[in-house]
Design a protein around this ligand. Structure first.
Ligand code: SF4
Ligand code: SF4
Length: 155
């Protein structure tokens, strides 16, 4: 795992709960959601589409060729976020979305974590539970895989 030494500052766990009806982490213009092949296959099946149809409708490529979710042209926010700040594909959402706030870029040091806390009211919320370091590492790895991305797919 690229950013972490043997002992990370979060080894003893971090308190977090995802708050219902929040949606703040999705409601960011220019946010990028990288996709693993597993994500893409799952999202296409969830919407009863073939992978190629789904890619054509809901994906774009970054400048370096990785597939990411499209954004709405009017506000540059994820196409799956509805007007009530709910995710339309919640049960099938990309791993990188499930991994928030445990992204490499957020956890690389306490300064970046403090910035993440400003976005996410679930971190250290009074109702939050302690998330142990193994769970955090699991999501860091999921974020790593998604961020490597997919460039070529045999359709
Ligand atoms: S910002 Fe935090 S609390 Fe809000 S939806 Fe995202 S993960 Fe959940
Ligand atoms: S796919 Fe869903 S969870 Fe992920 S950014 Fe879009 S609206 Fe948010």
């Amino acid at each position: 795992m690229k950013f972490f030494k043997k002992t990370s500052w979060w080894e003893s766990g971090i308190k977090f709960t995802c708050l219902p009806n929040c949606g703040k982490c999705c409601n960011e213009p220019n946010g990028i959601v990288y996709l693993s092949l597993k994500d893409m296959t799952r999202l296409a099946a969830f919407q009863s589409m073939s992978l190629s149809e789904w890619i054509k409708r809901d994906c774009r490529k970054t400048l370096d060729g990785r597939y990411v979710l499209k954004s709405k042209p009017e506000n540059l926010i994820c196409i799956y976020l509805d007007d009530d700040l709910k995710c339309n594909v919640y049960d099938s959402k990309p791993d990188q979305c499930s991994a928030f706030p445990w992204w490499n870029e957020n956890l690389k040091n306490e300064k970046s974590w403090n910035k993440t806390k400003q976005i996410c009211p679930g971190i250290e919320h009074p109702d939050a539970l302690l998330i142990d370091n193994n769970t955090i590492k699991f999501w860091i790895e999921a974020d790593n895989i998604a961020e490597k991305g997919v460039r070529d797919i045999d359709l």
